[in-house]
Design a protein around this ligand. Structure first.
Ligand code: AMP
Length: 209
C-alpha cells in the first residue's frame, strides 16, 4: 500500500516523499483514514512505530482548509493541541509537525517549561494553528492569558501512560475542561491500565481502537 491511497492532499504527500517514506507503517495505515474521517481514536502504539506521522499527517490534512498566508493573528487561532509528557517528546513531535507541514501555510509552536515564557508569549500572540506542549507550561500560558482554546478542533494526548506516571493527569484534565466539547480527540498510550481507560472514557467519544 502507498501513502497516496490514504486520501491525503498533495502538499502532505509531497512532505512524506521529502521525508523519504515509501509506504505507511501499520499504525499509519489504520489511523490515517480514521482521523481523516473525523473519528476519535484510542491508539496502542509505542515510539518507533511511526505513530507521530499516524496522527500528524491526517490532522494537518484536516487543518489545511484553514491554512492562510494572512499576517493577521485572528486568521491563525489555535486549532490543534498536542500534549506530550516531556520536553524531549514535545520537541520530537514538533519536529514532525514542522516537517510534514512544510508545504502548507500552517504555523506551529513547541511549548515547554524550564525556559523563559516571554518568547513563547510573543509567538503565541502572532497567531499559531498547532500547539505542541507539555501540560504544566501550557497552563502557565492559560493563566497569563497568552493562549485561547476557543477554536481548538483537535486534541492529541500522546504517551498517556507516561503522563499518568509523571502525575500530569490533573493538569491534563484541567486543560480538557477548557476545550470546546465539539472536537476530535486522539489518545495514544503504550499500555492501557484502568486509569488510562477512565481517562479515555472522559475524553473520547465513540473512539476507534
Ligand atoms: P515515531 O514512532 O512516530 O516516533 O516514528 C519513528 C521513526 O520512524 C521516525 O524517525 C520517523 O521519521 C520514521 N517514520 C515514520 N513513518 C515512517 C514511514 N512510513 N516509513 C519510514 N519511516 C517512517
Amino acid at each position: 500500500m502507498s501513502f497516496s491511497e490514504l486520501g491525503l492532499i498533495p502538499e502532505i504527500l509531497q512532505a512524506v516523499t521529502d521525508a523519504g517514506y515509501t509506504e505507511p507503517t501499520p499504525i499509519q495505515r489504520q489511523a490515517i483514514p480514521v482521523v481523516l474521517a473525523g473519528h476519535d481514536i484510542m491508539g496502542g502504539a509505542q515510539t518507533g512505530t511511526g505513530k507521530t506521522a499516524g496522527f500528524t499527517l491526517p490532522l494537518l490534512n484536516r487543518l489545511a482548509r484553514h491554512a492562510s498566508t494572512s499576517a493577521s493573528p485572528a486568521r491563525h487561532p489555535v486549532r490543534a493541541l498536542i500534549l506530550a509528557p516531556t520536553r524531549e517528546l514535545a520537541m520530537q513531535v514538533f519536529e514532525s509537525v514542522k516537517m510534514y507541514s512544510r508545504h502548507l501555510p500552517l504555523r506551529s509552536i513547541c511549548i515547554y517549561g524550564g525556559v523563559d515564557m516571554n518568547p513563547q508569549i510573543q509567538e503565541l500572540r502572532r497567531g499559531i494553528e498547532i500547539v505542541v506542549a507539555t501540560p504544566g507550561r501550557l497552563l502557565d500560558h492559560v493563566e497569563s492569558k497568552s493562549v485561547s482554546f476557543n477554536s481548538v478542533q483537535a486534541l492529541v494526548l500522546d504517551e498517556a501512560d507516561r503522563m499518568l506516571d509523571m502525575g500530569f493527569i490533573p493538569d491534563v484534565t484541567r486543560i480538557l475542561n477548557m476545550l470546546p466539547a465539539q472536537r476530535q480527540s486522539l489518545l495514544f498510550s503504550a499500555t492501557f491500565s484502568e486509569e488510562i481507560k477512565k481517562l479515555a472514557d472522559t475524553m473520547l467519544q465513540a473512539p476507534v481502537l
